[in-house]
Design a protein around this ligand. Structure first.
Ligand SMILES: Cc1ncc(COP(=O)(O)O)c(C=O)c1O
Length: 368
């Protein structure tokens, strides 16, 4: 049986390099709680990104939960139906109500006009996503947030390394949360970080991720355990050395897909925004004729050992626990959700496999 190709495959650095780091942990016996690797990774990550304040986390979901607490969001939170379930779960876990509005028809990011229409006296904030790691109308969203004096949080889970208009994409919003999960372009097995813009808010976040403990005999907030451990921080430190090279290998594959798929009718490929330095985390294609052909291609690829993903199908609002909350019409979200397929992309993906994927798509679209 031939090998299975998944939508992504984690990059891991050479094991002997990591073992040297682990030996240090074994001899120091400091396993967690702001140890030396944690401190170093936090600093080097901030330098790499060109941002001031980074707080490491055990995963992005805890980061999202803490971000909402840190900014003290209340009431209704406007968000997207076209994302991973953690985006809206983090709102519900904080006892708040997600209000889902429609997205743009490009990378599937929140539409600022729809956000503005949904604002009322109960609105307590906005949680947007840089979907696929690609920014939407970030200026439009900032204007709406500022006009109504609402906190704006970005779930920037897939956006590690992305730059927009010359700066880290994590500079947008009051807080941005990135994921280092195994499926992401940069992984610490599990992990994540919040990027903030002031010493005070970083201190609040750091306290909240450590049970709200502010001194040996002082608990001053309702915190949780969101700490990244030393083994994960050490891996992160090592991974930073390889990130640029990995992004450049991803770019080659991304461009190969673009050049090969451009000549095929009835599919839409994203135009990346101007001034974007992308991380090539995903290669989504959208089948103009919708769900039937999309699913046929998905199944055929699977029969051939290519396990693509329908990011994001179903929409969050189609899951049973969210169905009762649906208020606004979501035509763009529905359309993208029913037509999208994310194709395999990772640094050492064999170009022959990419060609096979493209050929399967070409044949099925021709012979349907
Ligand atoms: C958009 C989005 N938000 C949140 C998460 C959650 O991240 P984590 O797995 O690090 O908790 C993910 C991915 O896992 C994601 O893709």
């Amino acid at each position: 049986m031939s090998k299975k190709n998944f939508v992504t495959k984690p990059f891991l650095p050479p094991l002997d390099e990591y073992i040297k780091y682990l030996e240090k942990i074994w001899s120091s016996k400091q396993l967690t709680n702001d140890g030396p690797f944690h401190q170093k990774f936090e600093k080097e990550l901030a330098n790499y990104l060109g941002v001031k304040y980074v707080s490491l986390f055990n995963n992005a979901t805890t980061g999202l939960l803490v971000a909402i607490k840190a900014l003290e969001l209340k009431g209704e939170v406007i968000t997207t139906p076209y994302s991973f379930i953690a985006t809206s779960h983090s709102i519900m876990w904080n006892g708040l109500t997600p209000v889902f509005v429609d997205i743009d028809s490009q990378a599937g990011n929140l539409n600022p006009e729809k956000v503005e229409e949904a604002i009322n006296d109960n609105t307590g904030g906005i949680i947007a996503v840089h979907n696929y790691g690609i920014p939407g109308d970030v200026d439009g969203l900032r204007n709406v947030a500022e006009k109504y004096n609402l906190p704006l949080i970005y779930d920037a889970a897939p956006a590690m390394g992305v730059k927009y208009k010359g700066n880290s994409i994590f500079e947008f919003g009051d807080l941005a949360i990135v994921s280092f999960h195994a499926t992401k372009i940069f992984t610490t097995f599990e992990g994540g970080a919040i990027i903030s813009h002031s010493k005070e808010i970083k201190a609040k976040i750091d306290s909240l991720k450590n049970f709200g403990i502010d001194g040996p005999e002082l608990v001053s907030g309702l915190g949780t355990n969101g700490k990244m451990n030393e083994a994960e921080a050490a891996l992160g430190l090592l991974q930073l050395k390889y990130l640029d090279k990995n992004i450049s290998k991803r770019k080659d594959i991304y461009e190969f897909y673009i050049n090969s798929l451009e000549s095929i009718n009835n599919i839409k490929i994203l135009n990346l925004p101007k001034f974007l330095k992308y991380n090539y985390a995903y290669f989504p294609v959208f089948f103009n004729e919708g769900i039937v052909i999309r699913d046929k291609i998905y199944n055929k690829l699977q029969e051939n050992n290519f396990f693509c993903r329908k990011y994001w199908y179903p929409l969050i609002t189609n899951h049973s626990i969210y169905r009762s909350l649906v208020g606004y019409d979501l035509p763009n979200a529905r359309k993208l959700s029913q037509s999208v397929l994310c194709l395999p992309i990772y640094p050492d993906l064999d170009i022959e496999d990419v060609k096979t994927v493209i050929e399967i798509i070409r044949q099925l679209l021709k012979n349907r």
